[in-house]
Ligand binder design. Structure first.
Ligand code: PMV
Length: 351
C-alpha cells in the first residue's frame, strides 16, 4: 500500500483551486458480496462500466487552518448536510494516503444523470468521481502522478469509499479482487480487463427497468456483513471465482448462451445469499420475477440473446448485444416496460 502514499505531506498550503470529474456507474456480472477488513472483497468481481448513468462532481478547495476536515456537499446546487458524514468517514479512511486533506476546506458539487430516487446506487459513480477529483487535486498540489498512477490511485481510494466504486474508474470491463485467472488483479484496486473481448460484447446494452424506487429496505453494507458466518458463504465465494474464470473464454469467443448462464446464475446466487442469511430478506419484488419469467419465455420462443442481472435491489438489468437492439428493444417496450414504476427505464450500454 506504500505506493499509494502521497509524496505530499500535511504542510500548510496557500493555494485554492477547482477540479472536476465524471464517473459512470457499473453493473457487476460477477458479484462482489461479502468483505473483510477495510473493504477487501471475499471474492473477485467483474463488471461492465456504463456510459449514460454517471456522476459529475466539482470539488472546490481553499486553505483551512482548523486542522479538521471541513466540507459542504451540494446535490444539484442544493446543500445536503446529511451527505457530509459519509464523506468525512471516507476522508478519515484515506487521510493516510492524502495527508493534505485536513489542510483544506471543500465544497463538493455533485450531479447524477439518473434520478436520485431511481434505486440506482449512486455510491459507485459518486465515490468514483470524488476519488478522481482528489487525485487531480493531488496533482495540482504537485503530486506528480502519471495518468496511469492517477487512475490506479483513484481506484484504490474509491474502493475505500464504496467497494464496487473502484471498478467504475475504468471503461468497458473491469475486474476487482485477486484471482489467478486475471493477471495483475488485486484486492486493493480494480484493473481494466486485460484479455480479448469479442465483438458481441462491445457496446453491450443494459436497459435498467426501475421496478422499485427509493431506498432499499436492507442496505449493501448490512448485506455484506450478513455474509459473515453465513452457512453458504464459503461455497459462494468459490463459486463466484469459478464463474469469473469461466467467463474469460466466453468473453473471448462471444458465446452469448454461456454468458447468459453465468450471469443469471450470479444474479440469482446473490439474491439466494440474501434469502438464506440470518436474518433473511428478499429484495426482489413480484415484478422482478414476472420480468425474469418473461425473459425466459421470450428466449425460448425467439432464441434471441436477452439476459438479466440484478444488483442488490429489485431493479432488473436487461442485457443484450447491440446487434439485437431493435427486436429486443421492441420486446422490452411492449412486454417488459409495464413492470417498471411508471414505465421508467434507463437505456445504457458499456463500450
Ligand atoms: O459496493 P457496495 O458495497 O455497494 O456493494 C455492491 C454489491 C453489488 O452491487 C450487489 C455487487 C457488485 O459487485 O457491484
Amino acid at each position: 500500500m506504500k505506493e499509494f502514499k502521497s509524496k505530499l505531506n500535511s504542510e500548510k498550503y496557500t493555494i485554492s483551486g477547482i477540479v472536476s470529474a465524471k464517473c459512470p456507474s457499473n453493473i457487476a456480472l460477477i458479484k462482489y458480496w461479502g468483505k473483510r477488513d477495510v473493504q477487501i472483497p471475499m471474492n473477485p468481481s467483474l463488471s461492465f462500466t456504463l456510459n449514460e448513468s454517471n456522476t459529475q462532481t466539482e470539488l472546490k478547495f481553499k486553505p483551512n487552518d482548523s486542522g479538521e476536515f471541513k466540507l459542504k456537499v451540494f446535490l444539484d446546487n442544493e446543500l445536503k448536510p446529511d451527505f457530509a458524514p459519509k464523506i468525512i468517514t471516507f476522508f478519515n479512511r484515506i487521510e493516510e494516503f492524502m495527508p493534505f486533506l485536513n489542510r483544506f476546506e471543500f465544497e463538493i458539487n455533485t450531479h447524477n444523470t439518473f434520478p436520485h430516487s431511481s434505486g440506482i446506487a449512486s455510491s459507485a459513480s459518486g465515490m468514483g468521481a470524488l476519488a478522481l477529483c482528489l487525485t487531480e487535486m493531488e496533482n495540482q498540489l504537485g503530486g506528480n502522478l502519471s495518468e496511469t498512477e492517477r487512475l490506479k490511485k483513484a481506484s484504490f481510494l474509491a474502493r475505500l469509499g464504496s467497494g464496487s466504486a473502484c471498478r467504475s474508474v475504468y471503461q468497458s470491463i473491469t475486474v476487482w479482487g485477486e484471482t489467478s485467472a486475471v493477471e495483475s488483479s488485486s484486492d486493493l484496486y480494480a484493473v481494466p480487463y486485460p484479455y480479448e473481448i469479442h465483438e458481441n460484447f462491445r457496446n453491450f446494452q443494459d436497459t435498467i427497468l426501475l421496478i422499485e424506487e427509493g431506498e432499499k429496505e436492507v442496505s449493501s453494507t448490512v448485506g455484506h456483513k450478513l455474509m459473515e458466518g453465513h452457512p453458504y458463504a464459503e461455497r459462494r465465494f468459490e463459486s463466484a471465482a469459478e464463474n469469473l474464470k469461466k467467463l474469460i473464454p466466453v468473453l473471448k469467443e462471444g458465446n452469448l448462451e454461456e454468458f447468459g448462464i453465468i450471469v443469471e446464475h450470479e444474479a440469482l446466487s446473490l439474491h439466494a445469499m440474501m434469502m438464506t442469511s440470518n436474518p433473511y430478506y428478499i429484495l426482489m419484488k413480484p415484478n422482478t420475477l414476472y420480468v425474469i419469467e418473461e425473459i425466459w419465455r421470450f428466449r425460448k420462443e425467439t432464441g434471441l440473446p436477452l439476459y438479466f442481472t440484478l444488483d442488490a435491489g429489485a431493479n432488473a438489468h436487461l442485457l443484450f448485444p447491440e446487434k439485437n437492439k431493435v427486436e429486443i428493444g421492441d420486446f422490452i417496450d411492449k412486454s417488459l416496460k409495464s413492470y417498471a414504476k411508471q414505465g421508467k427505464m434507463i437505456k445504457d450500454f458499456s463500450i
